[in-house]
Ligand binder design. Structure first.
Ligand code: UN1
Length: 493
């Protein structure tokens, strides 16, 4: 049994209070993965102090050289892909193929962002006055605090840490207590790739201890948070007090719209993948499927038939399609939504139960669940469930599909299945989401495009793509007057 540590100022250290959190496999709770530090505000203080000190030199380290370290890190993650993916499946349950995809996203993001070390373009512009030069440059902010969830245990830390580093910031990471091992692997890679001491720090523990200490710490310049909308609100409030920058990536209630001219089998593939991939535990999950009345009978029959055939079990077994959900608390929450859906008189078409006998007896397994006859205002059609539960909602036409699609408080991802190019363009324009797909499911964003959502999904920022640089740098506008005399602003004689 391994006892893991925090990483502060280039050293692997125990939490100051010596307390530990056990991490167990959600597919088999007898499988103890390790003991991890239950850190507190003293550990956060030490990590922020180390990061602040390291920032003094890291910010001056040339960006192309920061990038060299990050390119090495990308190679190392790729070399460990299989081991990291297996440990990820063991600690959070998603099937191995998907865990490999998660590690691959970290590889892709690290290569992509390292490339920014030789770009990170600013602007040069004409100046208003003669013999004057004008330009703008990106500048690092200082120490970045990062709070990351368990559903993408390596990808999401990479989406935050790598752009922060390439911009010249230093980092304190607090990953979910459900997935500390993947974070340890990622930080070890950065250490071995040559990131200097103090530039990246890892403080493991709970949100109420480490998260709160981080978001309220005066030494932090920016907080980047991915998690629930309820917690995101607390994070934003805590940051507002000191005008600390905050980037929030929160909930989703994404819609997959199936029009009457759609390729139904393709749409069913998309609904299965978007609804039950990662056991529905993605902020981009297709948790609502809005289907044209003309094709809803055919679609629903095929969708339910496919969902019933999904094999639920340990994600390390290659025959399994859907792994467990992350923990008992989430399992209970999801089952509570199944009850709510039944109380609301939605029609339970398949699933709805916990699987707890035989091979499922030691884990947090749920049957893939589909509700039919869902009306758009029901709670199951409005609230983020974050589990393998999909609502099928009928519609009369495209306009109504768009209205239903937009009729939730979230705005992350949407998809349309149609062969009508006009409908595809109209939906693309009118869906108020940060991500939109045509003839493809709501999940599967790529690292070089902005990732994030509108309304209660986010606070206007995006991660990934060059948009991430806007979270982790600030503009400085620079004017150089080489006229040798006092020149006042245009319009002043
Ligand atoms: C998330 O669910 O928090 O587009 C992120 C996707 C993935 C990332 C999801 N690339 O579904």
């Amino acid at each position: 049994m391994t006892t893991y540590r925090n990483f502060i100022n280039g050293q692997w250290v125990e939490a100051s209070a010596g307390a530990v959190i056990e991490n167990r496999n959600p597919a088999n709770k007898d499988d103890l993965i390790g003991r991890f530090p239950h850190s507190n505000n003293k550990d956060v203080d030490a990590a922020v102090a180390a990061a602040a000190d390291a920032w003094k030199s890291w910010r001056l380290f040339p960006a192309p050289r920061r990038a060299e370290i990050l390119f090495r890190a990308a190679e190392m993650i790729a070399a460990h892909k299989e081991d990291f993916a297996r440990d990820m499946t063991r600690e959070m349950g998603k099937v191995l193929k998907e865990a490999r995809g998660d590690v691959q996203e970290a590889v892709d993001m690290t290569y992509y962002m390292a490339g920014e070390g030789r770009r990170m373009f600013g602007q040069t512009t004409p100046a208003e006055l003669p013999n004057k030069f004008a330009m703008s440059t990106r500048n690092p902010l200082g120490v970045c605090g990062m709070i990351t969830p368990w559903n993408f245990p390596m990808a999401i830390p990479s989406w935050k840490i790598i752009p922060a580093l390439v911009c010249g910031n230093t980092v304190v990471l607090k990953p979910s207590e459900d997935t500390p091992l993947s974070a340890v692997h990622f930080i070890e890679v950065l250490e071995k790739a040559g990131v200097p001491a103090g530039v990246v720090n890892l403080v493991l523990g709970s949100g109420s201890d480490v998260g709160v200490a981080l978001t309220s710490h005066p030494g932090i310049s920016v907080i980047s948070f991915t998690g629930s909308t309820a917690v995101g609100k607390l994070v934003a409030e805590s940051c507002a007090a000191s005008f600390r920058h905050v980037h929030l990536e929160m909930g989703g209630k994404n819609v997959l719209m199936v029009m009457d001219d759609a390729d139904i089998d393709l749409a069913v593939d998309g609904a299965i993948w978007g609804g039950f991939g990662t056991s529905g535990q993605r902020c981009t999950a297709a948790s609502r499927v809005v289907v044209h009345k003309k094709v809803i009978a055919e679609f629903t029959q095929k969708f339910v038939e496919r969902a019933k055939r999904l094999r639920v079990g340990d994600g390390l077994d290659p025959a399994i399609d859907v792994g467990p959900v992350i923990n008992e608390k989430q399992l209970k929450r999801i089952l509570e939504y199944v009850r709510i859906g039944q109380d609301e008189r939605a029609k339970l078409l398949c699933g709805g139960n916990r699987l707890e006998s035989g091979v499922h007896r030691n884990g947090w397994f749920l049957e893939p669940t589909i509700f039919g006859d869902v009306s758009p205002k029901m709670r199951i059609a409005q609230e983020e469930i974050f589990g393998p539960v999909v609502s099928v909602i009928p519609c009369d036409n495209l306009e109504q599909a768009i209205e239903i699609g937009n009729g939730v408080k979230y705005g992350l991802s949407a998809a349309i299945y149609t062969h009508d190019v006009n409908h595809a363009f109209q939906a693309m324009r009118d869906m108020h989401t940060g991500i939109f797909y045509v003839n493809s499911s709501t999940i599967g964003a790529e690292v070089h495009l902005p990732f994030g959502g509108t309304k209660s999904t986010g606070n206007g920022h995006r991660e990934a793509g060059t948009a991430a640089l806007d979270v982790f740098s600030e503009w400085k506008s620079i004017y150089i007057d080489y006229s040798g005399k006092l020149q006042k602003a245009q319009g002043i004689d």
